[in-house]
Design a protein around this ligand. Sequence first.
Ligand SMILES: *[C@@H]1O[C@H](CO)[C@@H](O)[C@H](O)[C@H]1NC(C)=O
Length: 207
Amino acid sequence: MAGRRHHALLVLAAVMATSCSLVAAHLMPRGQEQEEEMPVIPDMMMRPKSLPVPPVPTRTVAEICRGTSFPELCTATAGKQAARYGTVDVLTVLQMEVDALGERTKAARARVDREAAAATPAGRKALHQCNSFYGDVMDNLDACRRAIGHKDAVTIRSTMSMVAQDLQFCDEEFRKAGEKNPLQQFDQSLGNMSEICRSLSNMIVVD
Ligand SMILES: *[C@@H]1O[C@H](CO)[C@@H](O)[C@H](O)[C@H]1NC(C)=O
């Protein structure tokens, strides 16, 4: 026993200049001589670089959209934005839907430009009005994004009411002009998307 300790101390002195892992190996009991040849990796290096992420119950966009007034439209429009976001919860789907609303509003404005060329003077005036209502929609979407950041469901709903109202105002301009609204498809889908945002805002859990 004493001899072995003496041996170990000698070895310790001999390997002072070498790594600690080698020391650890040489201090091992005789019975483990096989393992002595193997490099001893310090404990810290054996730990995985990042701890495994505990499993979080994840929901899909479709699952969250199921609780809204237009589940299919929600999944189709919000889903398109999904790649920009990591985890999916009510707030991220709401952000996605607001992004989708913004994209669709931009598309409606591009349509305004195309329609204006061939429009009657009254039609052109209505298109011009609609374009400014769409500008209002964009402002309300920005306000909505800020409200999402604060989980402020009341403000989210009021921005969506204003969006829906702007779309109705656009429709009204064409009624007043006695013309068919060439933006009707846009106004309807945008209106339905604002309803989706409203439903999603009702699902926000404030902790
Ligand atoms: C919007 O919703 C109405 C029902 O409220 C539906 O008739 C219409 O087809 C929907 N339009 C779009 C473009 O989603």
